[in-house]
Design a protein around this ligand. Structure first.
Ligand SMILES: [Fe+2]
Ligand SMILES: [Fe+2]
Length: 262
């Protein structure tokens, strides 16, 4: 695709993102009295984990934003992307607070290691070399798509109508993000910017860490609670784990194609 077309696409996505900021709010309240205590807790903790993931996405877009300061168009798009993630985090947190009177206080082990440690280190590299983190964002977007789709179904089954609507709204934004990140990669390549083996190397490390974070396989001891909550809601944790591997491979393949290595 030629660069002008990619720029048109990303500008349109930025405009849509700006409009989404002022979309009418969905009521963040549902009737939950028909749910068991166990079910309510599973929802509360899962939605809190989702809010943390949204927060980390917002956090990783920030250094990328700095790397693209040279381009008004890309900067404008990334700003809407970051604002979306921050809105998602607030919506989910508020929903949990309103409906389940639950607030996550303690940081989990993965929160501390992944979000505070590794991503912070990556931020330093990203201002000069943004591709690994962009690909990690792409991975998150793919992973989130499926995850939210499953949760959307469960919300429907549990008659949490507004939660379902909330997911529909979030999914719309995530769809825009996937298109935006892909266009961004295309523009980077078309502008003749560097994509090399070091980028691929960092990307593999970063995706390895990201996958650990969302690892729902039975051996991932640190995500035991996440796994229990997913199982309680009837989700297949081994399938989620298998898909995360497939998405990571797909994200790396995407970068290798851009780098002309594949
Ligand atoms: Fe999001
Ligand atoms: Fe997103």
């Amino acid at each position: 695709m030629n660069i002008n077309r990619l720029k048109e696409i990303i500008t349109k996505l930025a405009e849509d993102g700006e409009k989404a900021q002022s979309a009418p709010a969905i009521p963040r309240i549902d009737s939950t009295s028909h749910l068991t205590t166990e079910r309510k807790l599973a929802w509360a903790q899962l939605l809190s984990s989702a809010a943390s993931a949204e927060e980390s996405e917002e956090m990783v877009v920030l250094p990328v934003l700095k790397a693209f300061e040279y381009s008004d168009i890309l900067h404008r798009y990334l700003k809407t992307h970051m604002e979306d993630e921050s809105r998602h985090r607030d919506l989910l947190k508020e929903y949990v607070k309103n409906n389940f009177s639950y607030e996550k206080k303690k940081k989990t082990l993965t929160d501390i290691i992944i979000y505070k440690g590794i991503f912070r280190g990556v931020n330093v590299i990203s201002e000069k070399r943004p591709l690994p983190i962009i690909v990690a964002i792409l991975f998150y977007e793919w992973f989130a798509e499926e995850f939210y789709a499953e949760l959307m179904n469960r919300a429907g089954e549990d008659k949490l109508i507004n939660l379902k609507n909330l997911f529909i709204q979030i999914e719309k934004d995530e769809l825009r993000h996937r298109a935006g990140i892909k266009a961004l990669l295309g523009i980077w390549k078309s502008e003749g910017k560097k994509i090399d083996k070091i980028d691929i190397f960092y990307t593999k490390i970063l995706l390895g860490v990201t996958r650990l974070d969302v690892n729902t396989a039975s051996w991932a001891f640190y995500n035991k609670r996440l796994r229990r909550n997913l199982t309680n809601l009837g989700l297949d944790t081994e399938k989620i784990y298998r898909n995360s591997k497939a998405y990571a491979d797909k994200a790396i393949a995407e970068l290798e194609v851009q780098a002309g290595l594949n």
